[in-house]
Design a protein around this ligand. Structure first.
Ligand SMILES: O=C(O)CCC(=O)C(=O)O
Length: 283
C-alpha cells in the first residue's frame, strides 16, 4: 500500500490536511458527474429545511430543483451504483487513509454535494462529527478518530468559487462555535483551496473547514467519503447495503460485515483478520 511521502506527512501533521492531485481518472470524473446529475431525479436522503433539525436528512422522492447546476446535498450514495462502493477503497486515497488511521477502521458516511453559483450563499465553517466530536481533539502523535476524503468533480479556479476552505493547523484547536459573528470563510486564517476535478483532500473531522460563497458562474460538484475508527461505527447507514452483493471482502468489511453475526464486543475489539483484510489486495 502507498504511504504518505515525507512532505505529505509533514503537511498532514502541521496543516491537518493533504491534497492528492489526480486521484480520479478523467473517465471517473465524467462518470461520477453524470451519476450526480442522475441521482438528483431519484429518491434519496436530503436535508429538509424547516422540517428537520439542521444536519439531519429526510427521505425525498427527488431533489427539489432538477437543474444540474442547482444546489444538491445527497447522503448515503453507495446504493446508487457499484462504482460508489468501489470508491471506498480506491487507491491511492484509501492507502493514505490507512496510513494515517491504521487498519482498525470502518467506512462511516458518503455524500454528494453540488455548490451552486449565486449570491445568496455566504458559506460556513465547522468541524465534522456533530456536537460530540467538536469537543474532542487528539494529540499530534495520535491517530485521528475520523477522516474525510473530499473528491472534487469540478475545477475550482479562483476565490469565491464555492471553494472548499480550510484553516491550516486548526485540527489542534477547539473551534469557537459560539462566536458572533461565527467563524467563516472570511475569518483570518481561512485558506480557500483551488484544484482540478479529480483532486482529493484528506482531512480529519477536527479540522475547521467548509464551503466559501460561489460567484464563479458554475457549480462545484463534490463527493465526500468518511472513515472512522471501528469502535465509533458508521453514522450514515445501519447495515451493509443489499447492493453490496458484488463488493469485495475488504469493501464489505469497511461497510460493517465483520464476517460473523453481531455479538457484544463486536466493533469494540476488531476481527482477528482485520489487518489482513484491510491491507489485502481488493478482491
Ligand atoms: O464540500 C462542501 O461544500 C462542504 C464540505 C464540508 O463542509 C464537509 O465535508 O463537511
Amino acid at each position: 500500500m502507498k504511504k504518505l511521502s515525507e512532505e505529505q506527512r509533514i503537511r498532514w501533521d502541521v496543516d491537518g490536511y493533504v491534497v492528492v492531485e489526480g486521484a480520479l481518472s478523467s473517465d471517473q470524473i465524467c462518470f461520477f458527474n453524470d451519476e450526480i446529475d442522475r441521482i438528483r431525479a431519484v429518491p434519496g436522503w436530503e436535508p429538509i429545511p424547516d422540517m428537520l433539525p439542521r444536519g439531519h436528512y429526510g427521505w425525498v422522492e427527488k431533489c427539489v430543483d432538477q437543474d444540474p447546476e442547482a444546489f444538491m446535498d445527497r447522503r448515503d450514495i453507495l446504493p446508487y451504483h457499484q462504482a460508489f462502493i468501489d470508491l471506498i477503497d480506491h487507491s491511492p486515497v484509501f492507502d493514505y487513509v490507512v496510513d494515517v488511521m491504521g487498519t482498525n477502521i470502518i467506512f462511516s458516511m458518503s455524500q454528494a454535494i453540488v455548490r451552486a453559483s449565486g449570491n445568496s450563499f455566504p458559506g460556513y465553517t465547522h468541524t465534522d462529527g456533530g456536537e460530540g466530536q467538536r469537543e474532542v481533539r487528539v494529540t499530534e502523535t495520535s491517530r485521528p478518530i475520523a477522516v474525510k476524503a473530499l473528491y472534487l468533480l469540478s475545477d475550482v479556479e479562483g476565490p469565491n468559487s464555492g471553494n472548499f476552505t480550510v484553516f491550516p493547523g486548526s485540527h489542534m484547536r477547539p473551534i469557537q462555535w459560539r462566536q458572533d459573528p461565527p467563524v467563516g470563510p472570511n475569518t483570518p486564517g481561512a485558506v480557500p483551496l483551488t484544484g482540478k476535478a479529480g483532486d482529493c483532500v484528506i482531512f480529519p473531522h477536527a479540522l475547521w473547514h467548509g464551503p466559501s460563497p460561489n460567484n464563479s458562474g458554475r457549480a462545484r460538484k463534490t463527493l465526500l467519503y468518511n472513515y472512522c475508527q471501528m469502535f465509533m461505527r458508521q453514522y450514515d447507514f445501519e447495515k451493509v447495503p443489499p447492493t453490496a452483493q458484488r463488493a469485495t471482502r475488504r469493501q464489505r468489511r469497511l461497510l460493517g460485515d465483520l464476517g460473523y453475526d453481531f455479538r457484544p464486543g463486536s466493533y469494540f475489539y476488531v476481527p482477528d483478520d482485520q489487518t489482513e483484510v484491510i491491507m489485502g489486495e481488493a478482491g
